[in-house]
Ligand binder design. Sequence first.
Ligand SMILES: Cc1cc2nc3c(=O)[nH]c(=O)nc-3n(C[C@H](O)[C@H](O)[C@H](O)COP(=O)(O)OP(=O)(O)OC[C@H]3O[C@@H](n4cnc5c(N)ncnc54)[C@H](O)[C@@H]3O)c2cc1C
Length: 83
Amino acid sequence: MVIIAAGFLHPEHSGLLEDLKVEFDPRGNVKTNADYLTSVPKVFSAGDMRRGQSLVVWAISEGRRAAHAVDKYLMGESTLPLI
Ligand SMILES: Cc1cc2nc3c(=O)[nH]c(=O)nc-3n(C[C@H](O)[C@H](O)[C@H](O)COP(=O)(O)OP(=O)(O)OC[C@H]3O[C@@H](n4cnc5c(N)ncnc54)[C@H](O)[C@@H]3O)c2cc1C
């Protein structure tokens, strides 16, 4: 018996993501620019949703960087720590 355990794919597209009409990268993850902004204005993405299945340390780092980017987007600057 051969069991294919092919998990760790992209986020579920149906529902929220398709409703928002965000663009996806070639791997099916939510595409953003360097500031975590998606193709839809005011919609940001970070963590597994953006970089694909990864590690908790990356999720924490991305969460902080995304918060910094959102703060900068709204306020023009940010003093939130990046690390
Ligand atoms: C089985 C498994 C084992 C793992 N083991 C390890 C490990 O040993 N070490 C390690 O470092 N990493 C491990 N990881 C990876 C790690 O868990 C992830 O990289 C990390 O949790 C990603 O964090 P995140 O905040 O980006 O996403 P998540 O932790 O997936 O958080 C996303 C949240 O968004 C919520 N959500 C989704 N859609 C919606 C919606 N439409 N509206 C509202 N909320 C929504 C979800 O319910 C979830 O709570 C493992 C992952 C899996 C699946």
